[in-house]
Design a protein around this ligand. Structure first.
Ligand code: SAH
Length: 193
């Protein structure tokens, strides 16, 4: 568990603390943007050997890098790595899940043209809301620092702001005094089935 200092450092670190708080042994989680697999590995550790993590990416290199990372840490058995868009999540995940994370944007050291987009991100969020168990959480890390990320953030914030309060508790954290539009965090908790 991180110290206070770590909690408020940036959106990515806060997301990790929320994962640690929420996920327990035996839980089911989804990583909607696998990338190089760091979040997938983190989730696999938290759910333990009786849990399961579904991870999605549209790039083959993401699957390869994640498979290597998980296998190095002996975590591969807890994960299902899926080469498909997160907008198709309901084709692969049928059980209710405790936790979903989207780390949006592009891979920093990868192809910057492959970036998450509103037209697929929003349907994916909607499908994940339906898969979420009561008290389950969806975390979105938004990257408004680049042009398409600004647009995506605007659309996501508008969409989640309109979710019914009786069913979902929705919060949005952004740093107010930092340059270059750093990552922001949206947290959706299902409060009623
Ligand atoms: N911005 C983050 C990393 C984001 S990685 C950071 O700075 O750490 C985002 C990943 O989402 C990329 O690997 C990309 O291939 C993947 N992606 C893009 N569109 C997707 C989709 N529709 N479904 C699943 N993954 C997608």
């Amino acid at each position: 568990m991180g110290s206070q200092e770590k909690v408020y450092k940036n959106a990515v670190e806060i997301a990790k603390v929320l994962c640690e708080q929420k996920l327990h042994y035996g839980d089911i989680a989804i990583d909607c943007t696998m990338g190089n697999g760091n979040d997938t590995a983190f989730l696999c550790e938290l759910v333990g050997d009786s849990g399961k993590v579904y991870a999605f990416d549209i790039q083959e290199t993401a699957i390869e890098n994640t498979r290597r990372l998980l296998s190095d840490y002996n975590l591969l058995e807890r994960a299902e790595l899926i080469l498909d868009g997160h907008q198709n999540v309901d084709k692969y995940v049928t059980s209710k899940v405790k936790f979903v994370i989207f780390n949006l944007g592009y891979l920093p050291k990868g192809d910057h043209r492959v970036v998450t987009k509103t037209e697929t991100t929003l349907p994916a969020i909607e499908k994940c809301l339906n898969l979420l168990q009561k008290n389950g959480v969806i975390i979105l890390v938004l990257y408004p620092g680049h042009e398409s990320g600004t647009e995506e953030k605007k659309n996501i914030v508008e969409y989640v702001s309109n979710l019914p309060q009786k069913e979902y508790s929705v919060s949005h954290l952004h740093f107010l005094n930092q340059i270059n539009n750093p990552p922001e965090l949206v947290c959706i908790e299902k409060v009623k089935d």
